[in-house]
Design a protein around this ligand. Sequence first.
Ligand code: ADP
Ligand code: MG
Length: 330
Amino acid sequence: MLVADNVSKAFAGSVRAVRGVSFSLAPGQIMGLVGASGSGKSTLLNLLAGLADVDTGSVLLNDKRVPGPSDVLIAGHPDIRLVHQEYQLMPNVSIRENIAYAVRYFEKEYRTHRVDALLKLCRLTAVQDRLPRQVSGGEKQRTAIARAIADVPAVLLLDEPFSHLDLPNRLLVRDLLFELVREQQTACLFVTHDAVDALSIADTIGILRDGKLIQLGTPESVYLRPDTAYAARLTGRVTVLAEKYRPLLGLPASDSPDRLMSIRPEQVTIDESGVAVRVRAVFFMGSHYELEVELNRYASLRLLTTRADIQVGQLVNIRVNADAVWPLRS
Ligand code: ADP
Ligand code: MG
């Protein structure tokens, strides 16, 4: 079990990069922390890996404190691996040797067997003899992951593992992590600026804002019941409106008209018995269309439909699922 207990870190110039972060992560679990650039993601990972010293709080692995670099000769913890955003592969040796280096202290026979298995798991067998600069970004990323998991760490940390990859490669890495965590019972924590990756793979997601973990829960709970407009917007398409607009949506009036509410676009349907609104924009999204409809001069609402016959300027009747309208704290 990896535990962060009220972990904080500030840099010179009073940048409070990580502020009082607490969570726990069990073996076989995947956690995704979502935060904008500069929200403290990389700093937090370095603290968790024992590669930077905490100012206050502590990081524990199986009830033992993970020491920071000022406490030990060689920074880093033997059971925790961090895959950096830039991969940090050795440029002058092959993909295979990059991975083999991580198990260099093992017996030769085991080493060969282990590297073969990792190449296969990470879909790298065909490119194993190439140098890092001769493979694609996705292959470099998977080499970095293979190297990190080679000696079966208890905890795998990944810094934006999806951000440089195209969709097919993102899905490949996602499936790989899923398989890895299930087979080896690794505890896996990744940080990302794109919640879509986190929603689909993580057991738990967290929202990081200015170094603070402002919400933590299952992907469904954070997506459907965000605490704040910030968390709502970070986790997907959403309309955030003041509750005074409820009657315009066909919903009962609110007693706190200034409070904000979030409405996910898939919770709004076209329905002949709903309220009439004018279509302001139509976006083709591949599997569906996203519509923007006008509630009045100041407010609009997003909704999804598979109907292909809707035109800008047209009137449509919409119904909002009242159970899915969620009040926000700010
Ligand atoms: P993220 O990975 O989410 O983009 P970082 O953890 O890299 O965020 O940075 C969080 C904040 O800490 C930023 O304001 C950044 O400028 C600052 N920061 C990060 N590393 C250092 C450092 N070594 N020295 C000073 N400030 C830093
Ligand atoms: Mg970063």
